[in-house]
Design a protein around this ligand. Structure first.
Ligand SMILES: C[S@@+](CC[C@H](N)C(=O)[O-])C[C@H]1O[C@@H](n2cnc3c(N)ncnc32)[C@H](O)[C@@H]1O
Ligand SMILES: [Zn+2]
Length: 202
């Protein structure tokens, strides 16, 4: 489920819709948590789908660290990519957190490089830090940068309002991470098995 203080807004003809904050969302807030209404598919499920449904999956699902395809049931599936994303996922958890303060009216974005994309795409995020092209290999190449951003806000997890907390899969572990009682695994652990193999090979 996506953070309740957000709504869908039209961005542009080329990007389509995106998710925007309706109130300020402070750094350290869990902005998305996998929940029981999200659909989870094995990759083999794609074979049985019609081309029309496969196109939906291609656009709106992402692959998690277990190699499962996740199709979010709410407007979480409309989150756009930005090369300077304000939401990222700590290694080993099915959540995303705000890695800096997000102002009301600002778009919430994540980095598709963290979502196990299987093909590169030209990015239109418009950030001064835009990579131009977002690639599957980014997951390995940029992991340390993402790790730094997430680690920096972990202590804030315990100090800000967390409307999604009851949906967090491993709340005690996330609390331990926030309190510094447990080290955060690198976001590299979120790389799906098939990409881990190709990264080693290539
Ligand atoms: C998960 S959907 C996000 C919602 C989408 N904007 C919509 O209105 O349906 C992913 C799609 O959004 C577009 N998109 C998201 N971020 C983008 C970016 N940084 N550059 C170009 N296209 C982007 C691409 O068409 C991509 O296939
Ligand atoms: Zn970009």
């Amino acid at each position: 489920m996506f953070h309740p203080h957000t709504e869908l807004r039209f961005v542009s003809e080329s990007i389509g819709y995106g998710v925007f904050a309706t109130r300020d969302i402070p750094a350290g807030t869990v902005t998305w948590a996998l929940d029981a209404l999200d659909q989870v598919f094995p990759p083999s499920a794609l074979e049985a789908m019609s081309p029309m449904l496969r196109a939906v999956m291609d656009k709106y699902s992402f692959t998690d660290r277990r190699g499962k395809l996740i199709l979010c049931w709410d407007h979480a599936r409309f989150v756009n990519h930005c090369c300077d994303a304000n939401c990222l996922s700590p290694g080993g958890f099915d959540v995303e957190v705000a890695v800096r303060d997000i102002r009301a009216g600002e778009q919430l974005t994540d980095d598709y490089g963290t979502l196990n994309i299987d093909h590169a795409f030209d990015c239109l995020c418009g950030s001064p830090r835009c990579r131009g092209r977002v690639r599957p290999e980014d997951a390995s190449n940029l992991a340390e940068q993402w790790d730094r951003s997430v680690r920096e806000v972990l202590p804030r997890l315990a100090t800000v309002a967390q409307p999604l907390w009851e949906l967090v899969g491993e709340p005690e572990a996330l609390k331990a991470l926030a309190a510094g009682r447990m080290p955060m695994q690198s976001t590299r652990v979120n790389v799906a098995p098939r990409l881990r193999v190709s990264a080693k090979a290539g």
